[in-house]
Design a protein around this ligand. Sequence first.
Ligand SMILES: [Cu+2]
Length: 286
Amino acid sequence: MQKFWRTALMVAGFGGIVALSLWFGLKTPFFPVAASGEAELSDELFRRMAVIAGVLFCLVQGALLVSMVRFRQRPGDNGDGLAEKENVLLEFAWTAAPVAIVLWLSIASFDVYNVMHHDEAAASTPFAHHHMGMATAQASEAPGTSAVTPEDLTAPDANTLRVEVQGMQYAWIFSYPGTEVTTGELHVPVGRRVRLDIHASDVIHSFWVPQLRIKQDAVPGMDTHLEFTPTVPGEYPVVCAELCGSYHGGMRTQMIVHTVDEFGTWLQTAQAEAQVQPPTIAAIQP
Ligand SMILES: [Cu+2]
């Protein structure tokens, strides 16, 4: 009978730990606003990890606490304790369980990674080729005008918006291929898929926008990219997340997510300005 109660207590304790971990993991209060379509993917992954970590934390700390109290040295006890040699089942379990968890987490993480880092083949759909072909044709017909008009970039069925991102000590420079627009702030329309092609001029930087849950290293000599769909208009901080020099902490700018109309207006203004004067963007050089 005593064995029954001991088992019942252990099962109840484990149930309590799981419930506590679920509550902590699913209600995790650490996230800023989720402003992209992909944010939920990484948040969900984080919550699952938090639940698993919560269970493991409680189990390990609980076992420590129970052992400290139950198996403490009693007065007058100078023995060596139990001569426990091995427990094959236990050793197998504590090896197999972490292997299974890590494998599952790797696969789940890779799924999320794949959504945010399309490869070149996936990005260049036949429609993209068609659209780019049209833009080139327009440019050759009317030399001197921009290949891509604001209407092209804001049309509801328009392609993924491509932006070239250049990281350098200590600034981010954004240019919009097909237009002459180059800016120090990233402007994008809400609800449209955006592809950033990321480069670095000098050392490794990392393009990070916490509210959109996107982060990608910018590596000299290597092209990296990110894809996402902003869902909430607003201004979000762009932060360099890779220590890149003495002014690394100042390597910040803004991502402005516009409504579609606002973006069209911004692009028109920026193009008009670009034609009047070539872009002058100063990076801070110590
Ligand atoms: Cu940097």
